[in-house]
Every structure is written in C-alpha cells, then in structure tokens.
Design a protein around this ligand. Structure first.
Ligand SMILES: *[C@@H]1O[C@H](CO)[C@@H](O)[C@H](O)[C@H]1NC(C)=O
Ligand SMILES: *[C@@H]1O[C@H](CO)[C@@H](O)[C@H](O)[C@H]1NC(C)=O
Ligand SMILES: *[C@@H]1O[C@H](CO)[C@@H](O)[C@H](O)[C@H]1NC(C)=O
Ligand SMILES: *[C@@H]1O[C@H](CO)[C@@H](O)[C@H](O)[C@H]1NC(C)=O
Ligand SMILES: *[C@@H]1O[C@H](CO)[C@@H](O)[C@H](O)[C@H]1NC(C)=O
Ligand SMILES: *[C@@H]1O[C@H](CO)[C@@H](O)[C@H](O)[C@H]1NC(C)=O
Ligand SMILES: *[C@@H]1O[C@H](CO)[C@@H](O)[C@H](O)[C@H]1NC(C)=O
Length: 918
C-alpha cells in the first residue's frame, strides 16, 4: 500500500493500486476532495477500512458499499452527501462494525433495515436530516456499543426493549423530536456510561431502573418535558460526573442524596420547578465544579459551600433565596463565578468576598442588598465582571475602584450618591460601564477617556453636571454612550462618534448643546452667576467702608465656589412644560388690561429751572423746585437705599409732593448730556401701574439725579425677609405682586427696554400692596453696554443674574429679565432668598424648589410665614413657571408677555378648563 495514487475526477474516483492490487485501508480524511463516489470503489475488494471524512464529497451513497466483503469501518462523516440512505445498505452488510455517516445532509427515514446489521458496534448518523420514527428493531443491535443519532429530526416514541442492548455504552439521541416517556428498562443496559437524550420532547417520570446505572458517568435529560420528583435514589448513581436535568418540569425538593455523588463535576438543575432549600449536603460533592440551579423556586438561605468548597461556578439566579450572603473569613474557596442574581438576598455585601482571590465574575443584581459597596471588592485583581444592578445600595462608588481585570461594571438602579471617582480611569480593561439610575452628582471624570477598551457606557438618569470631557472622542471602541436625563451642559465632544450619537442618548440635558441637539452652543459654558451678596465694593464708585471686614473677606473667597455650585442650577421641568405652556397661551387679544396708553402729549416739558446752574426737567408738570437745595437734601438722614447705580434719597417738592431721588454714582461713565437726556426721556414715557414712575431729572456734568415717584410701602426684600409675621403677605397678595412684576416687565420689553437689574429690593410696594418695579433701564445710561460694567453694577443682584452674563459670546437680550423674574417669583412664593449661605454650604433656591417639585412636595417649600391658606393648584404651576423662566438657555425661557398670559391662566383655572398646568 505504498505509492498510492489517487485521481479525483468530477464524477468518479479511480484507485490504482500497487502491484498486489489489494488495498486494505484507505484514509483520505481532510484532503478537501470533492466529487461523487463512483462504483470504482467497489473494485477494492479487500478494503477493510475506508475513511473519507472531512472532504466535500457529494451525491448519493452507493448502495453496494456495505457489501464489500471485508469492510469493517466506514467513515464518511463531514461531507456533503445527500439523499436517503439506500435500502439494503445495512440490510446487506457483511462485516460492518463501525459506521459514521455523521455531518452530512442525508434525509429521509432512519434506515428501516438498520437492525439487520448485527455486526455493528458503533453507528453514528448524527447531524443529518433524518426523520421518521426509530425502527422498532433498532434495540436488537446487541453488539452495538455506541449509538449516535443526535441532531436529526427523528420523531415518535422511544421503542421499548432497550435493555436488549447489553453492550451499549453510549446512547446519544440528543436534539431530535422524540416524544413519549423514557424506556422503563433503560437502566438495565449494564454497561451504559453515557446517556444523552437532551433537547427532545420526552415526558413522564424518571424510570426507577436508572438507579442501577452505577457506572454511568454522564446523564443528560435536559430540555425535555419530564415531570415528577428527582428521587433520592439518584444518589446511588455513584459514578455520575455530569447530571443535567435542566429545562424540564421537575418539582419537589432537590434530594440531599446528591451530596453523596463523589465524582459529580457538573450539576445542572436549572429551569425546573424545584422548591425547598438548596441542600447544604451538596458541599460534600468533592469533585463538583459547576452548579446551576437557576430558574427554580428555591427558598431558604445560600448554602455555605458556595464560598467554601472546590466549586468554581455557581448560579442560583432567579429563585427566591433570601437572608444575608455569608462568606466565611479566609474561606479556602476556589470559586470563579457566582451568580446570585434575581433572588431576595438582603443585608450588606460581605467584604470578605474580596478574599476569594479566584473570583472572576460576581452577579448579585436584582436583590435587596443594602449598605455601601465594600471598597475592597472594586479593587480585586481577578474580578472581571461585577454586577450589583438593582439593589438598595447607597453611599458612593468607592474611590478604590481599580481592579485591573474588570471588564464589566454594573451598578445601575441603586441609590448611589456622590461623584464618579476619577480613579475609574484606572480600570484599564473595562469595556462596559453601567451606572445609570442612581443619584450620582458632579462631573463625568475626564479620566474615563483613559479607558481605551470602553465600548458601552450608560450614565443616564443621574444628576451629573458639567461638560463632557473632550477626550471622550478619542475612545476608539465606543459603541454606546448614554448620558440622557442628567444635568450636563456644554458641547458634545467633537468626532464621528458623537456626531452620530442617537438623540435618545443625550436627551434631557437642558444645558447640552450642539447641532445634534438643535441648540447652538455659546462660546463659553453658560453657568448661572451667583455673586457676592455683601460686596459693596463697586469698582466704579467710591469704595465704601465695610462694617465687618472679616465677613467681607470671607464672602469674596467663596465666589468661585459659588459659581461652581451655581452650575447645578439647571432646569429639569424645562422645555416640555414650556412648550405646552406656549401652545396654550397663544390666544390673541388677551393683552394686559392694566396697560396704559401712552400719548405723546403726556410728556410735557416744564420750564427749565436753574438749580445750582444745572438743568432740572420734570415730565408731565409738577413743581420742579425742591424744598431744599440739592446738596442739603442729599444727606444721610434722607437716604432710602443704595443700589448699583446710585443712592436713593427721599424728599418733597415745593408743592408737597414726596419724591425719591436717585443720585447716580457712575458720573464719570454717564453719556453726554444729549444722549443722557434722550434716554431718560424715553424712560420717562414709560408709564405703567406697576412701574415706579420717573418724574424728571437733573443734570450737571458732575451730578445727575433721577426723580421718581415716592412709593410708600417699602421694598419687597424687606417685606419678605425682614418684616415681622404680623406684617405677612397672603397668597393673593403674593400672586398679585408676581403678576404685577410680570406685567411691568412685559410693558418694558414691548418698548425695547431691558431692566437688567431685577431683584427684590428693586420691587417697591405701594400703599395698596401693588408692586412697582424700580431702577429699570438704567444700564442704558452707561456709555456702552459693557458686560463687565453691567455685572459689576448689578453684582449685588445675588442669584438673580442670568447665566449668559458670564458668556462673552451670548447676546444679552430681554430674556435676562425673564431669568430674574423667575428667581423673583420663586422668592416671593417661598419667602427664601435666591441663595442662602449656610455654615459651609450654599443653598440655591431653584434647586430646592425643583427637588420639592420632583418629590411632589411643593407645599413644603411655600413660605411658612404666608398668611392664610394657599391653593396647591396655583402653587405648583407658578413654581414650574418660575423654574422654566430660570432655564439656562435663554431661548428656552418664555417671553414676558407669555408669562403674563400663563399667570392669568393659572389664576383662573376654572375659566380655562383645558389648561394642564399641573
Ligand atoms: C463543495 O462542493 C460544492 C460543489 O459540489 C461547492 O459549491 C463548494 O464550494 C465546495 N465546498 C468546499 C468547502 O470546497
Ligand atoms: C459522531 O460523529 C460526530 C461528527 O464526526 C462526532 O462529533 C461525534 O463525537 C460522533 N459520535 C460519537 C458517539 O462518537
Ligand atoms: C411535546 O409533546 C406534547 C405531548 O406530550 C405535545 O403536546 C407538544 O406539542 C410537543 N411539543 C413539541 C415541540 O413537539
Ligand atoms: C485569616 O488569614 C490571615 C492571614 O492569612 C490571618 O492573619 C488571620 O488570622 C486569619 N483569620 C482567621 C479568622 O482565620
Ligand atoms: C446578572 O444577572 C442578571 C439577571 O439574571 C442578568 O440579566 C445580567 O446579564 C447578569 N450580568 C452579567 C454581567 O452577566
Ligand atoms: C434620588 O434622591 C431623591 C431625593 O434626594 C430620591 O427621592 C430619589 O428616590 C433618589 N433616586 C434614586 C434612584 O435613588
Ligand atoms: C489619564 O487621564 C488623566 C487626565 O485626563 C491624565 O492626566 C493621565 O495622564 C491619564 N493617564 C493615562 C495612563 O493615560
């Protein structure tokens, strides 16, 4: 049999043998040969063994092949043969012992005559397309040691009488469509070592004869429809190494006798209806490696062997096990994977787990574990997967996080707080990170961009703030990055990943911007400015002595901290609400009834009078003369207050009319006389019931005075924060004040005047409680509308200032007044200042209100000093309106005229039943 030449034609094979002409064995396995088997083969009369496996032979199987008188072994597995196995192939066999036709495309019935080939010792017809029932005499093959018919489409019941196969060692009928019950006498095949009947439709109970299979090492009955208990006698199958009963309908308890199976390596009982506890005795199975009892109805506690035996992989997921997870100290555990998910475990996560140095995967998700995450767990060197999703964990993510093998970290759906530690960047192997549905705050650490393997990141539904680190766009493998429902702001990082990120992954971050989000980015990140409340050091005016130097210093130091904290002032109720509101209020003809007509004739200029060689002009008549000289009247005793633009004094005109006089402190910056007069006259024309009327002015190059109507009731700031309870404001009064302010601002905006300097001390109350807004439009008197000057002028306006003042590139529009109005409205309803300084903390009013809204506890933040009751159906929408007005993005804030309309709707909910402002 040397020099064997093989010619492979398309249609036939020709074998030219050596001189003797007698070929006993032919093995051409894995040569990549193709073609069909021709009759030429039959000339090799002495052939005993033929193996053509792993080629690409196709076509039918020659019927006569089995007739070769000496052929004992035929292996045609893993080719492309098709068609039915010919009749007579087995019926005429002579010496055939080992036949494998596995892994072809044979179809038709399992050959009817297979039982006639009594010499067969092994028959492998697996992975074909054979159908029909098993021939009833198949069990008569009593020389047969292995039968493999797995992976076909064989139907019908298993024939009776399998115990006739007294030589059978291995029976594999896996993945067919066999029905009926297990043969009762299956345990009477004395040599049976391996039984695989998995993935069929076999029903009924386990036959008791099985207990006699004491040499059986492998029993797989998984994925059938078996019912009943697993009897105690299963412990008699002493050689079992694998017991797989998963995916059946077994019920009752798992027998403790399994603990006696000393050779057992794999125990798979998942997906049944087992009840009761997981036996402690299983710890006695000294060889056990793999245990899967998931998807049952097991109760009781976790047996100690899970963390204290040679077991390497354990899953008890989807049961109702409860109690604490106990891990013995210094456990000599070998465990590599533990899945305790979807049970009812409670208590803390034992930090002793970190002593199990072999642990690679720990899944404790969907339990009721509480407490914090033990710092030692997140730094375990071997740990690759940690899943603690959906528990009741609190505290923060330990800063020790840094396990170098960790690929997957899932901490979603807990109550974790605090910041994402920057050390997360040390998780160099991390591919998947899920921290969603927690209460995490702070910024996304830039170090995340160090984790080059990162593929999926879910940080959604937290309270993260700040911008996205630019370096994120360098992550090469990123597939998913969900940051939706946070309070992030600024630009999406550049780069193709973020250009194509689905909107749903970034939505509900009111401060995020970019083309993707249809909102253009300001050049500078918009942050609300929270400025120093006590600073009177106006850089443009005389420095004034500070009563308490220490306090002054302290507050200056905290400005940067305040700005940072202010970044948290973002809106969550936001855009949706306002869209709804916008839609509702666009009804024409409902302009404020209180609006006064302006007539040109109203402004009549009275004769100019020379007071100290200056120019005094009074609008609309009135005796222009002061009762005292200008200098005398502007003394401390008459001082009413100070603001960014000057000091206000009270005096009376000659005719007895009281007026408030504002001495502008910014003289050196004031425009030329002409421009000054033009602007002041503009302001003088603005008559409105809710505006403090400007009655006239006085001009000299070195002194400018503005003459206002005197409003008797003091300012709102005093009323809200400094007055006694006896002097409190009712809900209606507060509502009226809010509405009054809104109307006055709408009026100003209609005349293209921006107030610029809203705050509660600029809102005066007249004798009847009407709000009158003062100090409007004064910024226009400055030579240029310089942002720096503006913010320094109004820097006492702590917390009222819109974030765009901090951004050079954002145009300042009347929307900055809307912001101030929003803060004012909240202040009036809650009685709290926009920003409150605590010992070592700053409380931002908008945040307090938003949190109360989120929790449905608005009533708790309404001013306790409010007189009488208040209607919640008004309080909630006004609070929401206030928050919408304080949106970070100016375009998200409504117009003042819309605000007026909304307020009127809120006031009379019964008149407009379709409004849904709650
Ligand atoms: C096997 O043969 C068929 C034709 O009979 C051919 O289409 C197929 O590509 C071949 N496969 C391999 C792996 O050679
Ligand atoms: C049957 O043949 C397949 C494919 O060659 C092989 O994987 C399987 O182990 C064989 N079965 C037995 C029982 O030897
Ligand atoms: C399994 O057998 C039951 C009857 O024992 C039958 O109702 C069911 O349709 C079968 N399922 C399949 C997938 O053949
Ligand atoms: C655990 O092991 C450590 C060191 O291996 C030892 O110091 C300690 O005493 C052990 N604890 C117990 C309870 O055995
Ligand atoms: C942990 O278990 C849960 C529930 O059984 C499963 O959905 C999740 O995929 C598992 N986690 C990991 C990382 O495999
Ligand atoms: C987040 O905190 C708020 C209150 O601070 C609480 O109501 C909410 O349930 C928390 N969310 C989570 C997911 O823990
Ligand atoms: C990780 O990120 C930080 C800040 O982004 C950077 O300073 C550091 O060099 C990075 N480390 C590595 C190993 O890339």
């Amino acid at each position: 049999m040397r020099a064997l030449v093989v010619l492979v034609g398309l249609a036939c094979l020709a074998f030219v043998a050596e001189a003797t002409g007698r070929v006993a064995g032919l093995s051409l396995a894995g040569y990549g040969l193709s073609g069909k088997l021709g009759r030429g083969l039959l000339r090799l009369e002495s052939l005993q063994s033929l193996s053509l496996s792993g080629n690409n032979f196709s076509g039918d199987l020659p019927a006569d092949l089995a007739r070769l008188p000496d052929l004992q072994s035929l292996d045609l597995s893993a080719n492309a043969f098709s068609g039915a196995i010919p009749d007579g192939f087995f019926g005429h066999c002579r010496n055939l012992r080992d036949v494998s036709l596995a892994n072809n495309a044979f179809s038709g019935d399992v050959p009817r005559d297979v039982g006639a080939c009594a010499t067969l010792a092994s028959l492998n017809l697996s992975s074909n397309r054979l159908a029909g029932a098993l021939p009833s005499d198949i069990w008569s093959l009593n020389a047969l040691r292995t039968l493999d018919l797995s992976g076909n489409a064989i139907t019908g019941d298993l024939p009776v009488g399998v115990s006739r196969m007294f030589n059978l060692r291995s029976l594999n009928l896996r993945s067919n469509r066999l029905a009926g019950s297990l043969p009762d006498d299956i345990g009477d095949c004395p040599l049976l070592r391996s039984v695989d009947l998995g993935s069929n439709n076999i029903s009924g109970n386990l036959p008791e004869s099985l207990r006699r299979l004491s040499t059986c090492t492998y029993l797989d009955l998984s994925s059938n429809a078996l019912t009943g208990n697993v009897p105690t006698w299963v412990g008699e199958m002493a050689s079992l190494e694998t017991l797989d009963l998963s995916g059946n309908k077994f019920s009752g308890e798992i027998p403790g006798s399994i603990g006696g199976l000393m050779s057992l390596k794999e125990l798979r009982l998942s997906g049944n209806g087992f009840t009761g506890g997981l036996p402690e005795s299983i710890g006695g199975c000294k060889s056990l490696v793999h245990v899967d009892v998931s998807w049952n109805s097991l109760t009781g506690t976790l047996p100690s062997w899970v963390f204290a035996s040679g077991v390497q992989w354990v899953s008890v997921s989807d049961n109702t096990l409860s109690g604490e997870v106990f891990v013995p100290v210094n456990a000599s555990s070998m465990v590599r994977g533990v899945d305790l998910s979807s049970n009812a475990f409670s208590g803390r996560i034992p930090s002793e787990i970190s002593q199990v140095i072999t642990l690679q995967s720990l899944n404790m998700s969907w339990n009721s574990l509480s407490g914090s995450i033990p710092p030692s767990i997140v730094q375990m060197k071997s740990l690759e997967v940690l899943d603690l999703t959906a528990n009741r964990l609190n505290g923060s993510i330990p800063a020790t996080v840094g396990g170098e093998s960790l690929r997957e970290l899932r901490l979603a759906k807990n109550s974790l707080t605090g910041e994402i530690p920057a050390q997360i960047g040390n998780l160099s192997a991390l591919a998947s990170l899920d921290l969603s549905h927690n209460n995490l705050t702070g910024a996304i650490p830039a170090t995340i961009a160090n984790i080059t393997n990162l593929q999926t990141v879910d940080l959604s539904r937290n309270k993260l703030t700040g911008g996205l680190p630019k370096q994120l766009s360098d992550l090469p493998h990123l597939i998913r990055f969900n940051i939706s429902h946070n309070q992030l702001s600024g630009d999406l990082p550049p780069g193709s990943f973020f250009d194509t990120i689905p909107l749903s992954s970034v939505s509900d971050n009111p401060g995020l911007c970019g083309a993707k989000l249809n909102s253009s980015c300001p050049g500078v990140l918009p942050k609300p400015i929270v400025l120093n409340p006590d600073s009177s050091s106006d850089p443009l005016s005389q420095p004034e002595p500070t009563p308490n130097g220490l306090r002054h210093k302290k507050t200056i130091l905290s400005i940067s901290a305040l700005v940072a904290i202010g970044a948290a002032v973002l809106i969550t109720v936001g855009v949706i609400t306002i869209t709804v509101l916008n839609l509702r209020v666009r009804t024409p003809g409902s302009h404020s009834a209180a609006e006064l007509e302006l007539s040109d004739g109203y402004l009549s200029q009275s004769p100019t009078t020379d007071v100290n060689s200056g120019k005094l002009v009074m609008f609309g008549g009135g005796n222009p003369e002061f009762s005292a000289s200008t200098h005398a009247l502007l003394n401390k005793d008459c001082e009413l207050g100070r603001g960014g633009f000057g000091t206000v004094y009270k005096t009376t005109l000659r005719d007895g009319q009281p007026v408030a006089i504002k001495k502008l402190t910014v003289s050196s910056l004031v425009k030329s006389q002409d421009e000054f007069e033009r602007e002041v006259k503009m302001l003088g024309k603005l008559r409105h019931r809710n505006l403090v009327a400007l009655k006239g002015y006085y001009w000299t190059p070195s002194l400018q005075l503005l003459i206002y109507e005197f409003v008797s009731g003091g300012n709102l700031h005093k009323q809200l924060h400094e007055s006694s309870t006896a002097n409190c404001l009712s809900w209606k009064e507060r509502f009226d004040i809010v509405l009054g302010i809104a109307r006055s601002l709408a009026h100003l905006h209609r005349h293209d005047i921006i107030h610029y300097n809203l705050k509660s001390s600029n809102i005066l109350l007249d004798g009847s409680g009407d709000a009158k807004v003062g100090d409007y439009g004064l910024a226009k008197l400055l030579p240029m509308l310089d942002r720096y000057v503006l913010s320094s002028k109004v820097q006492s306006a702590l917390g009222y200032m819109a974030p765009e003042f901090a951004c050079r590139t954002v145009k300042i529009t009347e929307k900055c007044d809307v912001y101030g109005f929003g803060v004012l409205a909240l202040e009036i309803l809650t009685g709290r200042t926009p920003v409150q300084y605590m010992e070592d903390d700053v409380i931002v009013l908008c945040d307090v209100v938003r949190a109360a809204l989120d929790e449905g506890k608005v009533e708790e933040c309404v001013d306790e000093r409010l007189c009488g009751k208040f209607p919640l159906e008004e309080a909630v929408p006004i609070m929401k309106l206030g928050l919408v007005c304080t949106s970070q993005v100016p375009s998200n804030r409504p117009d003042m005229s819309e605000v007026v309309n909304i307020l009127e709707l809120i006031r009379c909910p019964q008149d407009s039943p379709e409004t849904e402002l709650g």
